[in-house]
Design a protein around this ligand. Structure first.
Ligand code: GDP
Ligand code: IMO
Ligand code: MG
Length: 430
């Protein structure tokens, strides 16, 4: 039995979907433990492309796919995703399981997400506008509503009636908007969703722990990335959940000793969507070249991703924060044409101070300290064996591994499932 956690080691979009899909071949269950449809996980094989937002990527391989209690669910968005998969003849009804205690994204969450961003103006977080932050806010302030709460229509309506006066007051007096939310209307809409979703509901902790006890292989599919974690990320420019491997325990109801491997996914360079610090960002032709070569546009919102060199300071921190046991390095093929490639090994602040960790207060411009590596300048996408990789690429990987204190278990040289090299399978499955 192996329980493998897949986590993003940067600011999201590292290629988690691709690698979860790749590893699902040997898994029995794939589970999401946090986030919602702010995520966009791309999977490609043969000539097919899928973007999953809420449903675990394991569904594409007909494996039990669980949305855990720590995730937040927008039923309308979930339906669209279910329908899209059904149209592709994927038997969603058979494999999708949804925690009955996962919280609901309600219409006012989406509206508040967008209005708060508008009020923040230039200081906006750059959220995906999917209502994720307000949903987690309500969960923590005990004003949330869970999937199971819809099973009792009277209780569901009572909850809404208790919650809505505060929301409507904010709408009218703080945001000065005419829109008011009605418990009756939300009930009608959401009870319709509930009827269609109730057959998917389960106690996801029980399901996952039973599978573990039976010796099955479980994959936990992280969403977002380490530096979007609400506790350990570049606060306040973060998402509203615990994206780290630690989030699995609360987000799926699984004890920490059950997680056997933690694989950190990192791009061979760095990207970020939305606002916030990004020390190695390249606001020049090189950044533009990375965006073009890597097709760096958000899978959820289509926004251009900010691009920069690989930041070993960040990924080393991610190794520590998640207990990463090995790394998957993706998108190496995007660097194929570079004559030389840089890696940040530390930062310097304007007063000359050297930082070997990203400081928690982002009030000064940090200049990365780079080391330069020779590029390999040849196509890598069709290479399927480690030994056939160009020597300069191997030495780039070895240096990353040395700098971040983690071995490399997976190498990705293309978006497709087939474009994956596994130098060390023992680091993945027991
Ligand atoms: P996720 O959110 O971590 O699942 O990543 P996204 O799907 O948002 O973004 C990763 C993008 O890179 C997607 O378009 C993938 O198809 C693509 N991708 C993943 N791995 C590779 C790779 O090794 N090479 C190239 N060129 N593209 C990749
Ligand atoms: P995957 O799982 C990259 C970013 C948003 C914004 C911040 C907060 O595909 O890697 P939110 O809507 O969550 O309140 O936005 O987090 N963000 C992501 N960036 N990949 C993601 O998911 C993201 N999910 C949220 O751009 O900066
Ligand atoms: Mg993504």
């Amino acid at each position: 039995m192996t329980c493998v956690a897949i986590v993003g080691s940067q600011w999201g979009d590292e290629g988690k979907g691709k690698l979860v899909d790749f590893l699902t071949e040997r898994a029995d269950i794939v589970a999401r433990y946090q986030g919602g449809n702010n995520a966009g996980h791309t999977v490609k094989f043969q000539d097919k492309k899928f973007i999953l937002h809420l449903i675990p990527s394991g569904i594409l391989r007909n494996k039990v796919s669980v949305i855990g209690n720590g995730a937040v669910i927008d039923p309308a968005a979930l339906f669209t995703e279910i329908e899209e998969l059904k149209n592709l003849n994927i038997p969603v009804e058979k494999y999708l399981k949804i925690s009955n205690t996962a919280h609901l994204v309600l219409p006012y969450h989406r509206v508040f997400d967008q209005l708060r961003e508008k009020v923040r103006g230039d200081d906006k977080v750059g959220t995906t506008g999917r209502g994720i932050g307000p949903t987690y806010t309500d969960k923590i302030t005990r004003s949330g509503i869970r999937m199971i709460d819809m099973s009792d229509p009277k209780y569901f309506k009572q909850r809404l009636e208790a919650i809505l006066p505060e929301k409507n007051c904010l709408m009218k007096y703080y945001f000065q908007e005419d829109l008011q939310f009605s418990a009756q209307e939300i009930c009608e809409e959401y009870l319709g969703y509930y009827q269609k979703l109730k057959s998917y509901l389960c106690d996801s902790s029980l399901l996952i722990n039973d599978a573990i006890d039976q010796g099955r292989n479980v994959l936990f599919e992280g969403a977002q990335g380490t530096f979007l974690d609400v506790d350990h990320g570049t606060y306040p420019f973060v998402t509203s959940s615990n994206t780290l491997s630690g989030g699995i325990c609360s987000g799926c109801g699984v004890g920490p000793m059950k997680i056997t491997k933690v694989i950190g996914i990192a791009k061979a360079y760095t990207t970020r969507v939305g606002s916030g610090p990004f020390p190695t960002e390249l606001l020049n032709d090189t950044g533009e070249f990375l965006r073009k070569e890597g097709a760096e546009f958000g899978a959820t919102t289509g926004r251009p991703r900010r691009c920069g060199w690989f930041d070993a300071v960040l990924v080393r921190q991610a190794v520590r924060l998640n207990g990463i046991t090995s790394l998957a390095i993706t998108k190496l093929d995007v660097l194929d044409k570079f004559e030389s490639i840089k890696i940040a090994t530390a930062y310097q602040s304007p007063d000359g101070k050297i930082h070997s960790e990203l400081p928690p207060l982002h009030n000064e411009e940090l200049t990365p300290i780079y080391e330069e590596h020779e590029g390999w300048q040849c196509p890598t996408q069709n290479i399927t064996e480690y030994d056939k990789l160009p020597p300069a690429l191997i030495s780039y990987l070895k240096r990353i591994s040395e700098l971040v204190h983690a071995p490399i278990s997976l190498i990705s040289v293309g978006a497709r499932r087939e474009e994956t090299i596994v130098p060390n399978p023992n680091l993945i499955w027991v």
